[in-house]
Design a protein around this ligand. Structure first.
Ligand SMILES: *[C@@H]1O[C@H](CO)[C@@H](O)[C@H](O)[C@H]1NC(C)=O
Ligand SMILES: *[C@@H]1O[C@H](CO)[C@@H](O)[C@H](O)[C@H]1NC(C)=O
Ligand SMILES: *[C@@H]1O[C@H](CO)[C@@H](O)[C@H](O)[C@H]1NC(C)=O
Ligand SMILES: *[C@@H]1O[C@H](CO)[C@@H](O)[C@H](O)[C@H]1NC(C)=O
Ligand SMILES: *[C@@H]1O[C@H](CO)[C@@H](O)[C@H](O)[C@H]1NC(C)=O
Ligand SMILES: *[C@@H]1O[C@H](CO)[C@@H](O)[C@H](O)[C@H]1NC(C)=O
Ligand SMILES: *[C@@H]1O[C@H](CO)[C@@H](O)[C@H](O)[C@H]1NC(C)=O
Length: 223
């Protein structure tokens, strides 16, 4: 009896261990759970700056991005001056080329701080609204800033998904307002619907079948 209890206890302990091991194994690679939305200040305390004397970016923005986890609904906060720009693209070709000259509608956005003078302070908040690769660069100095480090790529995870204030539903499909142009066109008369003739064919087929059964019945009753 004592032996059986011990075995049972061992078995229970073993199952518990197995479950713990399995849980640990399946949980190990999972990132920390996402509990909210984060504002990432690009470059950390250094910000988004380019030194035109040394021709270098203020920091390595790719290295900075590698320290962050990005999720839908987060913001990138670019703290800079108007000597730089903020271009967001989902098109890797546009990013690699350091110019938005040939970008297409809907794949590239320029965030304008509204400055038309150099060295004015510029803060740009860019919401992350599309999961997957997002690319950022400054296209100032005809792409020279971008070529010298003012560029980085991030991977946006789903996280909690978009919050309602960023998740605008698409507009409803366009409907012709009643009584605008419709009166100018006469109503269209459709030709006789084939469905009707199909129905008639069906009806007459039923009739034929009824007659056939009647004849069969009559024939059978003869014998
Ligand atoms: C993050 O930035 C956005 C855009 O500037 C702002 O509306 C929001 O309040 C900020 N959130 C936090 C937690 O600072
Ligand atoms: C650019 O770099 C030079 C040399 O390191 C430095 O003297 C200058 O202050 C920098 N300019 C800016 C705007 O940071
Ligand atoms: C910037 O950091 C990335 C990632 O850490 C690295 O691969 C790259 O070589 C760095 N670039 C420069 C110019 O140091
Ligand atoms: C900003 O750009 C102007 C015009 O190219 C230049 O004269 C100025 O030195 C730049 N300022 C910085 C801090 O790079
Ligand atoms: C790449 O950039 C150059 C200028 O730097 C431009 O002439 C060319 O059209 C661009 N190509 C694409 C595919 O954007
Ligand atoms: C990316 O942009 C280039 C032009 O710069 C265009 O030819 C290409 O089709 C775009 N790629 C995608 C996936 O939209
Ligand atoms: C800065 O670097 C870019 C890209 O490497 C280069 O095209 C440009 O000539 C350089 N400008 C200066 C002033 O060194």
């Amino acid at each position: 009896m004592a032996m059986a209890t011990l075995t049972m206890a061992n078995l229970t302990a073993m199952i518990a261990l197995l479950i713990a091991a399995a849980t640990a194994a399946s949980n190990a690679p999972a990132p920390a759970p996402v509990t909210g939305y984060t504002n990432h200040t690009v470059g950390g305390t250094v910000g988004w700056f380019f030194n035109s004397t040394t021709n270098t970016s203020a920091t390595n923005y790719s290295a900075w991005a590698a320290t962050q986890t990005f999720n839908l609904g987060d913001y990138l906060i670019f703290i800079s001056i108007s000597n730089t720009t903020v271009i967001q693209t989902y098109n890797e070709t546009v990013y690699r080329n350091c110019t938005m000259d040939e970008s297409e509608d809907g794949d590239t956005y320029q965030y304008d701080g509204g400055q038309n003078q150099f060295e004015k302070s510029l803060t740009v908040a860019v919401p992350l609204t599309i999961a997957g690769p997002n690319y950022y660069f400054s296209d100032a100095d005809d792409g020279a800033q971008c070529q010298s480090g003012m560029a980085f790529e991030i991977q946006v995870n789903h996280g909690l998904g978009l919050p309602p204030y960023l998740n605008q539903p698409p507009p409803p499909p366009y409907l012709e307002p009643p009584g605008s142009d419709s009166a100018q066109f006469p109503p269209i008369t459709l030709p006789q619907s084939p469905a009707n003739s199909g129905f008639r064919a069906g009806a007459s087929l039923t009739g034929v079948l009824c007659v056939s059964f009647f004849i069969l019945f009559e024939l059978l009753s003869v014998f």
